[in-house]
Design a binder for this molecule. Structure first.
Ligand code: PEP
Ligand code: MG
Length: 580
């Protein structure tokens, strides 16, 4: 038995046999051809390209109907590769020079490009390697008359193991036949991880050694909630996880009954429980899970995986749609948080040594007011449709916040001059995710209507632990006493300044921590849709006074582990069913 740890991408437990997806290299036979046969080989290539195009278009269609147009558009890059004229010319020349079958030439040419792309400084080109690799395999399979690798027609339920999965592959999965999936690479914010959550398939990504340590047919357990994979488990472990799985399913079934009930403690203290989304399509699932609005709309996803920039009109349409569907509840639109691990490839920005601490989020927006203004105009225009609020990411202090608000004011004046309506009283907030902002939040309270604590970043900056680096994941502790003090400080300062304080980092969605945050007086919890019912159950199971007493005790503890143990024990006291 062996346990490997990765990044939890989508919650749930699955037990089953490992199926390797597309990790073996395609075997390409080599044969010589006569010069006169070059045109025949070219014809074969054209046919394979047309067939591949048809396959991609049909996946796009399925994606558009299952998950929405934004998810389908991710495959546009694949289509561009198929249409690349210079690639075609290189293949023609290669065929004439080498006089071998087209599979060999096509493979050599594409591999050469892949090698160059993977080493380039240009972020956009580097990001395209996964798309090109996907196209390479599809075209080769079509040339060789092999069935495309598909996860759509699996005969029996399996756990998919892959080095990486493209969004197109993930989209073919169905809960019926894919019990879970695990990958070597990928982060929490990859499209693959986002889709796993949308499809409600348990997943662990970023395992690094999954394809090395797991063997075909191995029996494995995937714990998508904790980000763990157990390889070749013994009977006792299987039994333990089977119980866990039943408990998880049962809890989920029961929890959905809470959908229309308020997020209120036993002694009548109410909080707002809302959800985080990346794309407008996720709204129906969010509402089905009982969200009281959207606490974080990560708008940068509108900018990713495309070759152009989203226009004001396109953004307006996206914000308007979400506002309309969610009203009368509110939607907090976060202005673009590009940089870090989310790159705006269209502008060909140079890569940085420390992108998370670099030209990111509000820093980027303030340096590129042309792009920022377009987004602000779109948000303001959509604000008349529903209940919109907005917030800035990665504010590090008063000066940045004031500058952002000045630009907002200028954009409002501009719209007023143009006679375009907008909600002048739109609430503006600041994300508190940089330690300097947390410690000086008293200086900023007068500039905003709310704070939203972004613990995903706050923890990485406060503890100096890269949030996407698996090697130091053990140090990434939301329960570290320093983190608890910072969060409590922000909540206390917010309240003393008469503004509400929310949290949209993953920390808010972890049951024992939700209870602690409740005790600290957090006003709004914005969590990923799948976590929503369980957080509501935690809130409805405790007395606010109990949660406050937990905070008092926890603040005396010295280590993250002690805090964690105390919280688990406390939660067990009030909601034993939610704790293993
Ligand atoms: C955060 O940092 O906690 C957050 C919610 O933003 P993101 O995960 O998009 O950086
Ligand atoms: Mg953040």
């Amino acid at each position: 038995m062996n346990v490997i740890k990765g990044i939890p991408a989508a919650p749930g437990v699955a037990i089953g046999k490992a199926l390797f997806f597309d990790s073996e290299e395609i075997n390409i036979p080599r044969r010589s051809i006569e010069a006169a046969q070059v045109s025949i080989e070219l014809f074969r290539l054209e046919e394979a390209l047309i067939k591949t195009r048809r396959q991609i278009l049909s996946i796009q269609k399925k994606l558009a109907s299952d998950l929405g147009q934004e998810h389908a558009d991710i495959l546009n890059a694949h289509l561009l590769v198929l249409e690349d004229q210079s690639l075609r010319e290189e293949i023609i020349n290669g065929l004439k020079e080498q006089l071998v079958n087209v599979e060999v030439v096509f493979n050599d040419v594409v591999r050469r490009h892949l090698k160059v792309f993977s080493k380039t400084e240009d972020e956009y080109l580097r990001e395209r390697t996964a798309d090109i690799e996907d196209v390479r395999r599809r075209v080769l399979r079509n040339l060789l008359g092999q069935q495309p690798a598909t996860l759509a027609s699996l005969q029996e339920p399996v756990i998919v193991v892959a080095r990486d999965l493209s969004p197109s592959e993930t989209a073919q999965m169905h809960k019926r036949n894919v019990l879970a999936f695990v990958t070597d690479i990928g982060g929490r914010t990859s499209h693959t991880a986002i889709m796993a959550k949308s499809l409600e398939i348990p997943a662990v990504v970023g395992l690094e050694v999954a394809t090395r340590n797991i063997h075909k047919g191995d029996s494995i357990i995937v714990d998508g909630t904790r980000g763990e994979v157990v390889i070749d488990p013994d009977a006792q472990t299987i039994q333990r996880y089977e119980m866990e799985q039943r408990r998880y399913q049962e809890i989920n079934r029961q929890l959905l009954h809470l959908k229309d009930l308020p997020a209120e403690t036993l002694d009548g203290h109410r909080v707002v429980l809302s959800a985080n989304i990346e794309l407008p399509d996720e709204v129906p699932s969010v509402l089905a899970h009982g969200a009281q609005g959207i606490g974080l709309f990560r708008t940068e996803f509108l900018y990713l995986n495309r070759t152009d920039l989203p226009s004001e009109e396109e953004q307006f349409e996206a914000y308007r749609t979400v506002a309309e569907r969610v009203k009368p509840n509110s939607v907090i639109i976060r202005t673009m948080d590009l940089g870090g691990d989310k790159f705006l490839s269209q502008l060909h920005l140079p890569s940085e040594m420390n992108p998370f601490m670099g030209w990111r989020a509000i820093r980027f927006s303030l340096a590129r007011p042309d792009l920022f203004r377009i987004q602000l105009r779109a948000i303001l225009r959509a604000s008349v449709v529903g209940n919109l609020k907005m917030m800035y990411p990665m504010i590090s202090g008063f000066e940045e916040l004031r500058r952002a608000n000045e630009i907002l004011q200028e954009v409002k004046d501009e719209l007023r001059r143009e006679g375009i309506p907008f909600a002048d009283n739109l609430d503006v907030g600041a994300m508190i995710e940089v330690p300097s902002a947390a410690l000086s939040c008293d200086t900023m309270a007068s500039e905003v209507k709310f704070f939203s604590i972004g613990t995903n970043d706050l923890i990485q900056y406060a503890l100096a632990v890269d949030r996407v680096n698996e090697k130091i994941a053990y140090l990434y502790e939301p329960t570290h006493p320093a983190i608890l003090r910072i969060i409590k400080h922000v909540i206390d300062v917010g309240h003393a300044s008469n503004i509400w304080v929310g949290m949209c980092g993953e920390m808010a969605g972890e049951p024992p921590l939700s209870m602690l945050l409740l005790g600290m007086g957090l006003d709004e919890f914005s969590v990923s849709p799948v976590q929503l019912p369980i957080v509501k159950q935690v809130i409805r199971s405790v007395e606010h006074s109990f949660a406050k007493s937990v905070v008092e005790e926890v603040m005396k503890l010295r280590t993250g582990k002690e805090v964690e143990a105390f919280l688990m024990a406390s939660l067990k006291q009030v909601a034993p069913a939610l704790v293993e």
